[in-house]
Design a protein around this ligand. Structure first.
Ligand code: FEO
Length: 168
């Protein structure tokens, strides 16, 4: 069952993250990787997107996961999932792949099509992990938050999460 809107700390930011995923999937399908300009435009968009994903993760760590972990530890409850939630996200690797693409575009090197295929595979793999990751947060961590935080505490957490994402 979906949590009440006012204490759902993931719904609004995840709506934004899913929009970004849809946007890059569409842009990817329309990119001509042999075109310097097309690839440059895609890379610029991906740099912005993955930087936003990083900010999202940092906000979740600061406002949600660290608090949840602290609350569980105070109750002597071990939960490895909370500790590991963002440990395999590969956001830095994706940003490095984008930076690699920029270097190709700037040098005008003729390996852009090969790079494009690598980028496409990396994005598909990332998406296949990122969407279930958000689902896990919504279906596993939100119920844990509901269990260990009061309604008022969750309203405050949600408010801070929204404010820091600049989504209000
Ligand atoms: Fe909401 Fe950890 O992505």
């Amino acid at each position: 069952m979906a949590p009440p809107e006012e204490v759902d700390v993931f719904k609004v930011p995840h709506r934004r993250m899913k929009e970004l995923v849809n946007y890059y999937c569409q842009k990817l399908s329309k990119t001509d990787f042999s075109s310097n300009r097309d690839l440059g435009n895609l890379l610029k968009s991906l740099e912005t997107t993955f930087s936003e994903f990083k900010i999202h993760e940092q906000i979740e760590n600061d406002c949600i996961m660290n608090k949840l972990q602290g609350r569980l530890e105070a109750l002597s409850i071990q939960n490895e999932q909370v500790c590991d939630v963002h440990s395999h996200n590969q956001l830095s690797e994706m940003l490095e792949l984008v930076a690699q693409g920029y270097r190709l575009v700037q040098k005008g090197e003729g390996e852009m099509t090969t790079y494009g295929k690598e980028l496409q595979v990396a994005l598909e793999n990332f998406t296949q992990r990122f969407l279930p990751h958000m689902k896990e947060e919504e279906e596993v961590f939100q119920p844990l938050l509901m269990e260990y935080f009061s309604y008022e505490e969750l309203k405050d957490i949600k408010s801070l999460v929204i404010k820091r994402h600049c989504l209000s």
